[in-house]
Design a protein around this ligand. Structure first.
Ligand SMILES: Nc1nc2c(ncn2[C@@H]2O[C@H](COP(=O)(O)OP(=O)(O)OP(=O)(O)O)[C@@H](O)[C@H]2O)c(=O)[nH]1
Ligand SMILES: [Mg+2]
Length: 463
C-alpha cells in the first residue's frame, strides 16, 4: 500500500465477476465524476448528475460511440462517502465481458486499477475509520457464522476503537502522575501515590486488557470457524464419519484401505458453531508414493487443526498407527472416536488405551448413525466449554490486535514490578509509554507501514 494516496483516482469491480443480475464498478478520487461524464449518457441528457441520485442511462465507448450496457449510475460527492473522496458507482449487468469492458473504459478515461483493500485503506487514511474498523470490514466479508457477523459489525461501529481509546486515557492519566513525580520530585502535591497507581494498573487496566485477550480466541472460532481434522489409520471410517456428520455423500467410501488420498474439506455448523471439517488420507506405514504424500498432508493439517477427531476402529485391536496418532496429538484439543460399534469386538478398550494420552471418548457408528448426536455435543463442549454462550462478548480483537494487547500487558506488568521494587520512576514511565504505543498500534496511530500493508493486502479488490 506504501505511499500516501496522491490525487489519483482508483477503480475496480466491486462484485464477484460472474453471471448475475447486476455488477458494480466503483470509482474513487477527484476524477470520478469527470470519468463518469465521459462514458455515461443519462436517459435525460439535461440531467445535472447531482450527488446521491441514481441515474438511468447508457455506458458508451467514447472511441467507437458504441453502447456497452444500460446502467444505473450514482455520484457521491466528497467528503460524506466511504473513502471521503468523490465516489461513483456504476450498476451494470453482471457478466465477465460487460464488467471488464466498463472497467476498461473507466481506466482508459484516467482511473488506475485499485489494489486489494485500497478503498478501505483510503477511508482509513482519510480518517473516516480507524484500523480496527477497517479490519472489521474484511472480517465481515469473510465471517462464517452469524455470531462472527455480529462481532464484526460491532467493531465496524467502533466498539473496539472506543474500548482501546478509553484504556489509553486511563493509562495516560497514570503516566501523567508518574511523570509529574519525576519532574517535581520534591513537591508535595506531585508525590506519587504508588498504591493508587498499582491498583489502577492492575485492577482496572490489566483486567480489561486480559478480558480482551481472552475474547480473541472466542472470536477466532466465530469468524474463521473451527478447523476440525478427522484423522486415523486407513479404513477406520473417517470418510464415512465426514459424510455422516454432513448428512451427505461428500467423500468416497470403499472397503479398500487407502481410499482417501487428498484432504476433503466441507463446512457445517453445530449449534451455530462454524466447523471446517477435513477428511484426510488414512495413516499407514507401508503406503505407495501417492499415499505417502497424502499422509504428509494429513500431518500438516493435524498440526494446524483447532480440533482433532482421532478415529479408531472399535472392532479391531489397537495398532501402532493408532498409538502413534494419539501420541502425536497429545497436546491438541481432540476427541477419541471409536467407530464401528455396530460390529462385535473382543477388544477391552479401557485396557487397550492404558498408558496412552487421554481424550474424551465417544463411541459411534458412522454406518448406522448411532452416537453421532453425542459426538456433536462433545465437539461443542471441547471447543467452547459446556454449551454455546447465549450472551456473546460484543468486543473481540483479532490476532494482530490480541498480540498488541499482550505486548501492552507485558509493558504494564513490567511497570508495576518497577514501582514495587522502588526502581527509578523513569523506567516505569518508559514501560508505560511503550504500553501506550502498543495500544496505539491497534487503532492505527502507531502502526508500522509494513503491518498496514499486510492488513490491506488481505482484502479483496474493490473493497
Ligand atoms: N460396520 C461398519 N462399517 C463402517 C463404519 N464406518 C465405515 N465403515 C466401513 O468401513 C470401510 C471404510 O470406510 P471409509 O469411510 O472409506 O474409511 P476411511 O477411514 O475413510 O478409509 P481410508 O480413506 O482408506 O483411510 C467402508 O467399507 C465403510 O462402509 C461403521 O460404523 N460400521
Ligand atoms: Mg477415507
Amino acid at each position: 500500500m506504501g505511499q500516501q494516496p496522491g490525487p489519483d483516482t482508483i477503480a475496480a469491480i466491486a462484485t464477484p465477476v460472474g453471471q448475475a443480475g447486476i455488477g458494480i464498478i466503483r470509482i474513487s478520487g477527484p476524477q470520478a465524476l469527470s470519468i463518469l461524464k465521459r462514458i455515461f449518457k443519462p436517459i435525460n441528457p439535461e440531467a445535472p448528475l447531482r450527488t446521491r441520485r441514481l441515474y438511468l442511462g447508457h455506458i458508451l465507448d467514447p472511441g467507437s460511440g458504441l453502447c456497452v450496457d444500460e446502467v444505473l449510475a450514482t455520484y457521491m460527492k466528497a467528503p460524506y462517502t466511504y473513502t471521503r473522496e468523490d465516489i461513483v458507482e456504476i450498476n451494470s449487468h453482471s457478466g465477465y465481458a460487460v464488467l471488464s469492458k466498463v472497467l476498461e473504459l473507466v481506466l482508459e478515461s484516467g482511473a488506475r486499477l485499485a489494489r486489494p483493500g485500497e478503498f478501505t485503506f483510503r477511508a482509513y487514511l482519510n480518517g473516516r475509520i480507524d484500523l480496527t474498523q477497517a479490519e472489521a470490514v474484511a472480517e465481515l466479508i469473510t465471517s462464517r457464522s452469524e455470531r462472527g457477523l455480529y462481532l464484526a459489525s460491532q467493531q465496524i461501529k467502533g466498539a473496539l476503537k472506543h474500548k482501546i481509546n478509553s484504556l489509553r486515557h486511563e493509562l495516560i492519566h497514570v503516566l501523567s502522575q508518574v511523570e509529574a513525580a519525576i519532574d517535581f520530585p520534591d513537591e508535595e502535591d506531585t508525590f506519587l501515590d504508588k498504591t493508587f497507581v498499582v491498583n489502577t494498573l492492575r485492577q482496572s487496566i490489566l483486567k480489561q486488557i486480559t478480558e480482551l485477550i481472552e475474547a480473541h480466541s472466542e472470536k477466532k472460532i466465530w469468524v474463521e470457524g473451527i478447523s476440525t481434522v478427522i484423522a486415523g489409520r486407513v479404513n477406520v471410517g473417517k470418510s464415512s464419519l465426514l459424510n455422516r456428520l454432513l448428512d451427505e455423500q461428500r467423500a468416497i467410501v470403499t472397503p479398500v484401505p487407502g481410499t482417501t488420498r487428498d484432504v476433503v474439506e466441507s463446512s457445517m455448523s453445530i449449534e451455530g458453531l462454524p466447523i471446517r471439517l477435513m477428511d484426510t488420507a488414512g495413516i499407514r506405514e507401508d503406503g505407495d508414493e501417492i499415499e505417502k504424500l497424502g499422509i504428509q498432508l494429513t500431518e500438516q493439517k493435524l498440526s494446524e487443526a483447532d480440533l482433532v477427531l482421532a478415529v479408531l476402529d472399535y472392532s479391531l485391536p489397537i495398532s501402532n498407527e493408532d498409538r502413534g496418532l494419539l501420541n502425536k496429538i497429545k497436546d491438541k484439543p481432540a476427541l477419541l472416536v471409536l467407530n464401528k460399534i455396530d460390529l462385535p469386538s473382543d477388544v477391552k478398550w479401557d485396557e487397550a488405551l492404558k498408558g496412552l494420552p487421554e481424550f474424551p471418548t465417544v463411541r459411534v457408528s458412522a454406518l448406522t448413525g448411532q452416537g453421532i448426536k453425542q459426538l456433536k455435543k462433545e465437539i461443542v463442549r471441547v471447543v467452547v466449554g459446556s454449551e454455546v454462550r447465549s450472551a456473546p462478548t460484543a468486543i473481540a480483537p483479532n490476532l494482530r490486535q490480541a498480540k498488541a494487547l499482550e505486548q501492552a500487558r507485558q509493558y504494564i506488568e513490567n511497570a508495576v514490578s518497577c514501582i514495587h521494587q522502588d526502581a527509578p520512576l523513569e523506567i516505569a514511565a518508559l514501560e508505560l509509554r511503550s504500553a501506550l504505543d502498543s495500544l496505539g498500534e491497534i487503532i492505527g496511530e502507531t502502526t508500522p507501514e509494513d503491518v498496514l500493508e499486510a492488513i490491506f493486502s488481505n482484502f479483496c479488490i474493490g473493497k
